[in-house]
Design a protein around this ligand. Structure first.
Ligand code: 5AD
Ligand code: SF4
Length: 472
């Protein structure tokens, strides 16, 4: 039993205490079973969730859990997404077969966390229809997974700890990276934009920036540990630093990151067009490390819909930003997110989107069918678009986006470019796979020794969305 008198009240000390306590339970059970206890974390959704999962895994490994290779593990965690409804449906589908695994392994623990758990309706449904779930926690308190595991061992009932929001940013807990040579780094949490269709501000809370010195120290440690590429993560990185005690801009933060010796590549995600500054564009023009890739979500090409979506830019503003980016960094790859079938979208609105696609010629685009998220302003509208109309528009958009993207990719054929090698190719062990600065994938002859290195590769043949290359 946990001795409540000695529990630290400040973080992260409190969590280090619970890591030790959880370890006692895990050691005991693994002795009893005569084998190590295993974990399996299944991550849905965006890069933010991927990074959160690395933090969860960092803590689990300190507790003494070992990586399992399937969901038939002793602790299974689903880090959920709720940005579109089909993300929620996927989780309910998975829960069905998790319950059958638990029947075979009654000591198994099932935990759910992430954005979907910030929705009361989802938590209520799990509490009533999926009672075999052991732990539910939200996006604001992933740092306390060890504490929740201890509670689950002690209380023997479903532990539910979901916070509505927080001002707290707990630093210096362990994380285990999926890749030794690259890492996501959170620079801010939450979102203040309330785009009318989007649930993220409700489930991730208000914008909170980490202090630049904490970010820089984390990156320096990562570099000392072999990382050559970082992806700075935030829901809207362009508004980084505005609410700090000593405000700084995102471009100023990048300047500090650029100075870190040994770091080779910097990426960031996501940029909101309304906050994209000339200062950032100029920084990118001169930077030696920022990758030549810009993800600039369009959502819609119709100024009328953009206004309704609360995006704070027009079609023309957006096109001007693209022009400025291309002028400053001529070989920059531009990618985007587009929503089809937003309530009230007319054929004319949709053709405005197609027009932007035609003019920008994106290197790739994520196209989404509008999904009604309850609680958002757009969900209340009575001019929802019929599935047939949406499907027709979506297919037309996707076809054109793919054609243009493969034309863009083809244009680089024959060029020699730097590739950061990421892995041995899963289908052909003679090949390795890596990424160009513009984020495209290249496969070429090589071995695992090259993983984590940046090498020059000639792009011999473009295969639509990837290249076959030859090391120079
Ligand atoms: N329906 C469809 N797509 C959405 N996105 C956000 N909310 C919704 C929604 N309700 C898309 C946006 C965003 C991306 C991460 O997800 O395009 O940029
Ligand atoms: Fe959602 Fe808009 Fe915030 Fe992006 S900027 S997370 S689309 S509310």
């Amino acid at each position: 039993m946990t001795d409540t008198i000695n529990i630290p009240t400040t973080e992260p000390q409190r969590q280090f205490y619970f890591i030790k306590e959880a370890k006692k339970y895990v050691d005991f059970l693994s002795k009893e079973k005569g084998r190590a206890l295993t974990y399996f974390v299944n991550t849905f959704g965006c890069q933010m969730n991927a990074r959160d999962s690395e933090k969860i895994v960092g803590i689990l490994e300190q507790i003494g859990y070992k990586p399992g290779d399937s969901e038939e593990s002793d602790l299974v965690i689903y880090n959920t997404c709720t940005v579109r409804e089909n993300a929620n449906n996927k989780i309910y589908g998975h829960l069905g077969y998790l319950s059958s695994y638990k029947e075979h392994n009654p000591d198994m623990k099932i935990a759910l966390c992430g954005c979907m758990m910030q929705e009361q309706s989802a938590v209520d449904k799990i509490k009533s229809a999926h009672r075999f779930v052991d732990i539910i926690f939200g996006t604001h308190n992933i740092f306390m997974i060890a504490e929740l595991i201890v509670r689950s061992f002690e209380e023997e009932k479903m532990v539910v700890e979901v916070w509505d929001g927080t001002d707290q940013i707990v630093e210096n807990l362990p994380a285990v990276r999926k890749y030794p040579f690259k890492s996501g780094v959170n620079i801010m949490y939450g979102c203040n934009n309330f785009c009318s269709y989007c649930i993220v501000p409700y489930v991730r809370g208000r914008e909170r920036s980490r202090k630049p010195e904490d970010i820089i120290n984390e990156i320096k440690q990562l570099v000392a540990d072999g990382v050559v590429e970082v992806m700075l993560l935030g829901q809207n990185v362009n508004s980084y630093g505005k609410n700090l005690e000593h405000p700084i801009t995102f471009a100023q933060l990048l300047e500090q990151v650029e100075q870190i010796e040994g770091l080779e590549r910097i990426r960031f995600m996501t940029s909101h067009p309304k906050d994209l500054s000339d200062e950032l564009i100029m920084f990118m023009k001169h930077s030696k490390k920022v990758c030549h890739h810009f993800h600039l979500p369009l959502q819609s090409g119709s100024t009328k819909l953009l206004e309704d979506m609360n995006r704070h830019y027009t079609k023309e503003d957006y096109l001007l930003l693209v022009e400025k980016l291309r002028k400053a960094v001529p070989d920059i790859a531009i990618t985007t997110d587009i929503i089809v079938g937003y309530p009230g979208e007319t054929e004319e609105d949709f053709l405005e989107t197609m027009d932007v696609v035609e003019r920008v010629k994106y290197d790739s685009a994520f196209t989404f069918i509008y999904s009604k998220r309850s609680g958002t302003p757009a969900a209340k509208r009575d001019d929802q678009i019929t599935p047939e109309v949406i499907k027709n528009r979506f297919d037309r958009l996707l076809k054109r986006v793919q054609q243009l993207a493969s034309e863009k990719a083809k244009a680089l054929e024959g060029k020699t470019m730097d590739v950061l090698v990421e892995s041995v190719n899963s289908q052909n062990k003679e090949l390795v796979s890596g990424r160009l600065s513009n984020n495209s994938i290249v496969h070429f002859a090589g071995n695992k020794e090259l993983i984590g290195q940046i090498v020059s590769v000639k792009l011999v043949c473009c295969k639509g969305f990837y290249y076959i290359g030859e090391r120079i």
